[in-house]
Design a protein around this ligand. Sequence first.
Ligand code: ADP
Ligand code: MG
Length: 274
Amino acid sequence: MSRAAVTKDLVLAQARALKMPGLARVFDALARQAREEHWGYEDYLHDVLSAEQTSRADSAVRHRLREARFPEVKTLDTFDFIATDGAVSAAQIAELGRGEWIGRADNVILAGPIGTGKTHLAIALGVEATKQRRRVLFTRAADIVRTLLEARDARELGRLQRRLQHVDLLILDELGFVPFDRAGGELLFNLLAERYERRSVIVTTNLAFGEWVKVFGGDEKLTTALLDRLAHHATVITTKGKSYRMRKRGEQEKGSEANEKGGSPSLPKGSRKA
Ligand code: ADP
Ligand code: MG
């Protein structure tokens, strides 16, 4: 074994011991390049350390992404703004994607009918936040309420609440699908009250604000107090119209119908298969 090969093995072992995978990946190729191009030692060191820095930043983001427990990954670049009929503005979402509102502990409420992209947008904004290395947690409202109730029964509520308070952006999906009993509603209220002006929340819901009281067992006072806090510093985005998938299916059907007739695929708006 040549001396250079021995040294290379030693460096690899050191990189493992020091947990520097980025350095391990690049040091050899960069050394070759440095020799060919006559870099100074400092320049070489700088490039190797930059690679290690990038690698650490990437793995931190991957870690945040795993921690967030998204049911699936959705991104802003796959969101079709035109399909929202002007309900969702690309500029507004791009601005939210920058995440400054999370720094201010503001909230986002996405309200609208089923299938109109609320969860997609919530996840995509969450993914952007993980890229900024913020802690994100995605959960369905019913699931978090169940978890809170279980923690309370196991006398572990305080611990869970502290853990949740640690999360920079909590995404509560599907508020309104399942109503809560009194205890569940109060636990959710407490969770949101604790986050008020401290940490951000995204809520997606199929309900109009006036209907929220139904979810909280008809408790007007609690619902009003909760909405006051949640909506105080919030961007409210209301989606509308038919489900995106049904719409796409409709377009496809219209398209093939038109093809069958040999006509143009752009049938007049509102025309449907009988
Ligand atoms: P909601 O949460 O409002 O019920 P989802 O976000 O789950 O709706 O959307 C249902 C499906 O349609 C998802 O697969 C989502 O990615 C897709 N979808 C909805 N709206 C859009 C859109 N404007 N552009 C791209 N995909 C969309
Ligand atoms: Mg949804």
